[in-house]
Design a protein around this ligand. Structure first.
Ligand code: ASP
Ligand code: MG
Length: 404
């Protein structure tokens, strides 16, 4: 059995007209003799709308009822798709998670799929049926309906692809694929043909809009090829796959950028074991997300400087927490709003010397000042002023020949 899993996002099933188009896409795969498993999200806006209704009932709406409520959006979309396929003469039906069942563990709202019973679906596929499965939902060991986190139907699709050893998992969405950088920030951004799981995960700031990051990690662990493509244009999308499948000589695959970051520096911090932990513990307790962290070497062995970045909106809270922290001593606290992290990402840099230099030189030529640097195996990040982001994306895109 050659199986494909097709997942349709909220905008793809956002109206009756769009659902008809989706049914045509599904029918085409069936005509090509694929066994098709479909996973759908709720029609766009529906999940948000249900959540806001629950908030009007009460501010702390029950988590278990929340899951029953919000999972209903997928039920609607699935029955509309199945209904259209039946109308077109195909054998199709909707499947809710409890009917399969798809089992989850963990808390309501953030459960994780841990098992899936294949038997009924296999039988149905063998009879030539097209199952339309509600994404985002499961049931727990008490038989209660659960949901697996916002954007979770991506994860549902990956799990189905894994259990059925699908030939491919195709994520149909409202963009054409993954781009070398955000096309809203740089017009010249190009659609990437193939990208590795690792690069895709590093490009979270770009990728998250296309696919839920947890589901990419799941696909990576299970070696499932994912294609991201547009529901509305019949064009090749982006293939997310394992590194060994990728034959190109690109050094850099993409450039990501953040916005609304702020930089905090503590000068003259006592250099002794445990200081960094004392600084970050209260921040993490207050759910402040710390991104880049750099500590200078201590020139006199007694004091050091420490810099990190957070989101602009967390700055006031962070300042207060640091000033009130009795467990740390420092000479001076500095901070700066409106900085951005620009990262170049590519597995090619592992084997290519000089990438760091090329990045820095390209930025220097544009007189862009680098404030913080951090690197990982396949990523080099720099912190610059937000006002320089466009210029930086432009020059780096050119330097690493991403326009091709
Ligand atoms: N409908 C759910 C949400 O909006 C799941 C999904 O779209 O993947 O989060
Ligand atoms: Mg989605």
């Amino acid at each position: 059995m050659k199986i494909v899993v097709l997942k349709f996002g909220g905008t793809s099933v956002g109206s009756v007209t769009k659902i008809k188009r989706v049914a045509d896409i599904i029918a085409n795969y069936r005509k090509k003799n694929f066994n098709v498993i479909v996973v759908s999200s709720a029609m766009s806006g529906v999940t948000n709308d249900l959540i806001s209704k629950s908030k009007k009932i009460c501010q702390n709406f029950s988590d278990s009822e929340h899951d029953v409520l919000v999972s209903s959006g997928e039920q609607v979309a699935c029955s509309l798709i199945a209904g259209r396929l039946i109308h077109k003469g195909f054998k199709s039906r909707s499947w809710l998670a409890w009917q399969i069942p798809i089992l989850t563990d963990g808390p309501h709202k953030h459960a994780r799929i841990n098992n899936l019973y294949k038997n009924k679906l296999i039988k149905y596929l063998k009879e030539g049926g097209i199952p339309i499965i509600a994404g985002f939902q499961g049931i727990n060991s008490f038989g209660r309906v659960t949901t697996i986190g916002r954007g979770g139907s991506d994860a549902s699709a990956i799990v189905l692809a894994k259990f059925f050893k699908a030939h491919r998992c195709i994520i149909y969405t409202d963009v054409e694929g993954v781009y070398t950088t955000d096309p809203n920030k740089l017009k010249k951004a190009k659609k990437i043909k193939v990208i590795s799981y690792e690069e895709m995960l590093e490009m979270a700031s770009l990728g998250a809009k296309v696919m839920q990051p947890v589901s990419i990690q799941d696909a990576r662990l299970n070696r499932i090829d994912i294609e991201v493509k547009s529901t509305f244009l019949n064009k090749q999308g982006t293939l997310i796959t394992k590194r060994s499948n990728i034959i190109n000589n690109r050094i850099i695959t993409g450039i990501s950028s953040t916005h609304n970051d702020a930089k905090v520096s503590l000068l003259g911090v006592k250099d002794k074991p445990g200081v960094a932990a004392s600084i970050f513990k209260p921040l993490s307790k207050n759910l402040i997300n710390v991104d880049m962290v750099v500590q200078n070497i201590s020139s006199n062995g007694k004091e050091t400087d420490l810099t990190f970045t957070i989101k602009n909106e967390d700055l006031n809270k962070t300042k207060k927490i640091i000033k009130e922290n009795k467990n740390i001593n420092f000479r001076k606290l500095l901070f700066k709003k409106d900085v951005s992290k620009i990262s170049i990402i590519g597995v090619g840099m592992i084997t290519t010397p000089g990438v760091t230099f090329r990045m820095f030189q390209a930025l220097a030529n544009e007189k862009i000042n680098i404030q913080v640097i951090s690197t990982s195996e396949i990523k080099i990040s720099v912190l610059i002023d937000t006002k320089d982001v466009k210029k930086a994306l432009n020059v780096l895109h050119k330097e690493f020949k991403l326009e091709r």
